[in-house]
Every structure is written in C-alpha cells, then in structure tokens.
Design a protein around this ligand. Structure first.
Ligand code: CMX
Length: 436
C-alpha cells in the first residue's frame, strides 16, 4: 500500500471510530434550527452536512483543514524555483489532515504522472461532439466516458465488503485526478487549436503539466496555475458543485459519476461559470465604451445599466461570504507582485472600488464584495489565455481535489445516503396558521 493510502486509512479508521461514538452518544444534540425563509430560500446556512476537508467562515473566508490561503501559500511545498504551492500538497493535506513534506508531494506528483493515461475511446467520445459544444459539457462527457474504468463500480459489481469502499474510492480518485489535465487540455486544443495528442510529463508537477498541455508554459503562468488550482480546490460542502458530488456519491455512485454530476452544477452562471461571465462582461464593457481604460464614471454607468436590465454583476456577491473573498485577494496580490500595467487587471481593481457601493445601495444584496471569479479571467488574459468559454473547466479541474478527497472520506466513514425532507406549500401555510 502506498504511503498516502496507508496514512489516509489510519486517519480515517480512527475518525470512523470517533464518529461512531459521537453518533451513539450525541445523536439527539440539537445543532441547528430551520425557519421557513431558509426552506424557501435555498437552504441558506442550515447546518446539515459533515465535511472535513475545508470550512468557510462568512468574514474570514475559507480554511483548508484549519489553514487559510496566505498560510497555505507559505507552508505548502513548492518546487525548486517556484513561488506558489503545489496543489498536490493541498490534496495531501485535505486527505490526511497533515501538511506534507517536500518528498511526499514529489512522490504524489510522480504517482499522478504514473497514473496519467487516457485511452483512445475517451478521446473518440470527445471527438464525437461538435466543437461548438461548451467546454464544460465536453468536460463532463469526457469524465463520464472514463467511468468504464471505475474500480469502485467494478468491485461493487463483483460484490465487495463495505469496509473496503474507501480503498476503491481512493484508487478511482487518484486515477481521475491524474487524468484530468489530459482530457481537459485535449478539449482546449481541440476547440482552440494545438496538437491533437500530447503526453503527460511524469517529471513535472500536476499544474505544470496542465499548463504545458494547454500550451502556456511561461514560468509565471505555471506559478499562476499552481495558485489557481490550489485556491479553487474546495469551499466547504454546501456549495452547489460540492454538494452535488456528495449527494450523488451518497448513492454509492463512483467517483466519475459523482464528479461529473458536480461539474454540471459548476457549469451554472451563478456558480463556476461566473468566471467566464466576468471577463465576457468586461470585454463587452470595453467594446461598448470604446476604450480599455474606462473612467470610473463610465464603469459606474455600465454597472447601473447591467442592473437596470435585470442582470447580476458577475463576480460579486456570495451565498456565505460577507467580506472580499480571500481567493480574490490572493489573485490580486499575485497580480500586484508579478504584473505591471495591465489594463484589464486595472479594470478589475477599479470595479473593486466601485461595485460594492452600488450593490450596497440596492439594499438587498447581502454581500456586495467580489468573489473568486471577479479576478481570475483578467489574470489569465494577461498571459494570453483569452479563451474565456473554457475558464470554468480550469475551476473544475481544481475542484476535483477537494470534492474527491472528501468523497474518499465519505466512503471511509460510511456516511449515509442523503435524503433530506421536503415540505409542500400547504404544509407551510398550515404551519403559519398554527402560529398566528
Ligand atoms: N448583482 C446583482 N444583484 C445581486 C448580486 C450581484 N452580484 N448578488 C446578489 N444580488 C441580488 C440577488 O439576485 C437577490 O436579488 P432578488 O432578491 O431580486 O432575487 C438579492 O441580491 C439577494 O441575494 P443574496 O442573498 O445577496 O445572494 P444569494 O445568496 O441569493 O446569491 C450569488 C449568491 C453568488 C448567486 C449572487 O450574489 C450572484 O448572483 N452573484 C453574481 C454571480 C456570481 O458571481 N456567482 C459566483 C459565485 C461564486 C462561485 O460560486 O463561483
């Protein structure tokens, strides 16, 4: 058994015993109360999931196993000469709760390199879609096409002991993550041009491979990819993509089926697709105003026009956060450190000064601050990566790390099939009448 798998087994075995004890002795302890507004309003804030890989605080932002983003940028191993952490390190941390050593992440880079192979049948399935099929659709279809290789599904079909579910889920997770740069970059090259088939370089880390396979291998861009793939990896369990992976996985669907389902949630414009919407909106703005250096008054007028036409300002607002997203701030700090005088990045920063006040004045927006998607597109464009219809795929490749690490935990802990209770409108009306 490899070291990571062994460590995960030991940690999860211990956690399973603790959880059993908690369930036995404290099941009746009240954790939350639910009101009608929450039932109708998208279940906001109801504590109803166990999710250990990360936790989101409304004012402080995301913490991965207790570490915030500035801490992760500091403590996670970096390859020689690199300035940003390896996503491998974050995966290790999320799966085991331990910060890995340089040697351990090096091993993980090599292990994903060893597992990174995709057979032609998967590429053939991608090729069967027209190139104008949205990259996120091609991505989920490609993940589904790889499901034939699921070790979990195969062992389940043969009949296997539930105490071994964690083992098969770990194997599927490792294989799927290793393969994602290959299929995701194939989709990119197929749509936007580039060599048809390219090989994964086992001597490079996961993010460096993905960057190179996309055709962008400037050192600064590779560092950006390491940062990007780290900060988008997880955002606790309640967000739509993570929750979907959990829900589908709880039926004992394997890693491929569960992850593909989550990617369909990420592809919605109120969630991950917002990274595409933000840059599209900025490009439309510069085209309409006729300059790539608009004044703040021009920006203000454009924002008001967007709101008046009944649309949201993409990249702003959040269901949980009530402060500027630390993932936005991490990208801003990257740009401040490594990039000078980029007009699109300047627009992003000007919007940061203007949008919150306008949204705040509406009186209904609970969080007027930028989220992760407000900055990512401008950074990518700086390095020539302007194909914004593809951006959500980058988000999805990163999100695999968190949701699949947690899915391994779900099966190791033996978490139950999800089955919350729904109510009808007459039930709600009768509750209201009883309380008059
Ligand atoms: N622009 C305009 N109006 C906004 C807004 C924005 N950026 N954010 C919220 N509002 C509006 C809502 O549409 C809602 O209006 P109605 O009452 O008329 O329906 C009102 O303010 C209250 O919404 P909220 O409670 O503040 O926010 P929600 O939890 O309902 O929604 C989110 C959160 C992210 C969907 C919303 O802020 C939004 O639509 N933002 C723009 C899209 C976006 O950037 N999504 C990416 C989020 C991060 C991610 O998942 O990747």
């Amino acid at each position: 058994m490899d070291t990571l798998k062994q460590l995960f087994f030991e940690k999860s075995n211990q956690a399973k015993a603790e959880l059993k004890d908690i369930v036995k002795n404290h099941s009746e302890l009240k954790a939350d109360e639910v009101n009608i507004g929450q039932i109708i309003g998208g279940s906001r804030g109801i504590k109803t999931m166990l999710w250990d890989t990360s936790s989101l605080d409304a004012t402080e932002g995301i913490r991965f196993r207790g570490f915030n983003i500035p801490q992760l940028r500091d403590i996670l191993p970096k390859p020689d000469g690199a300035r940003e952490p390896l996503p491998e390190g974050l995966f290790w941390l999320m799966l085991t709760g331990e910060v890995p050593t340089e040697e351990q992440v090096k091993w993980l880079s090599g292990e994903w390199g060893r597992r990174a192979s995709v057979d032609d049948s998967v590429y053939n399935v991608i090729d069967s879609m027209t190139v104008d099929t949205h990259p996120m659709t091609q991505f989920t279809v490609a993940v589904m096409a790889m499901q034939k290789d699921s070790i979990f599904a195969k062992r389940y079909d043969e009949g296997f002991n539930k105490d071994e579910y964690w083992d098969a889920m770990y194997e599927d997770t490792m294989n799927l993550i290793a393969r994602l740069p290959l299929v995701a970059s194939y989709i990119f090259r197929r749509i936007y041009g580039g060599d048809a088939k390219m090989n994964y370089d086992p001597n490079k880390d996961w993010a460096a491979n993905y960057a190179a396979l996309l055709g962008f291998d400037a050192p600064d861009f590779t560092d950006l990819m390491r940062l990007y793939l780290t900060i988008h990896a997880d955002h606790e369990g309640g967000n739509a993509s993570a929750h979907t992976v959990r829900l589908v996985g709880s039926t004992l669907s394997d890693a491929y089926l569960s992850f593909a389902a989550g990617m369909n949630a990420l592809a919605g414009p109120l969630h991950g697709l917002a990274n595409q919407e933000v840059i599209k909106w900025i490009f439309e703005l510069t085209e309409k105003i006729g300059t790539n250096a608009p004044t703040k008054e021009q920006l203000r007028a454009y924002i008001l026009e967007t709101l008046e036409s009944g649309q949201v300002v993409p990249g702003y607002g959040h269901a949980v956060l009530r402060q500027p997203d630390p993932r936005f701030m991490a990208q801003k700090s990257f740009a401040e450190t490594y990039i000078q005088n980029d007009p699109t990045i300047q627009i992003v920063w000007d919007l940061f000064e203007i949008v919150p006040e306008i949204l705040g004045d509406l009186g209904k927006v609970k969080n007027p601050w930028p989220n992760v998607d407000a900055h990512s597109g401008a950074l990518l464009c700086h390095y020539g990566f302007t194909q914004y219809n593809y951006y959500t795929v980058l988000f999805g490749v990163s999100r695999a790390l968190g949701v699949l690490a947690q899915l391994c935990w779900d099966r190791a802990l033996g978490l139950a099939l999800e089955r919350p209770k729904s109510v009808t409108t007459p039930w709600i009306k009768s509750l209201i009448n009883q309380n008059k």
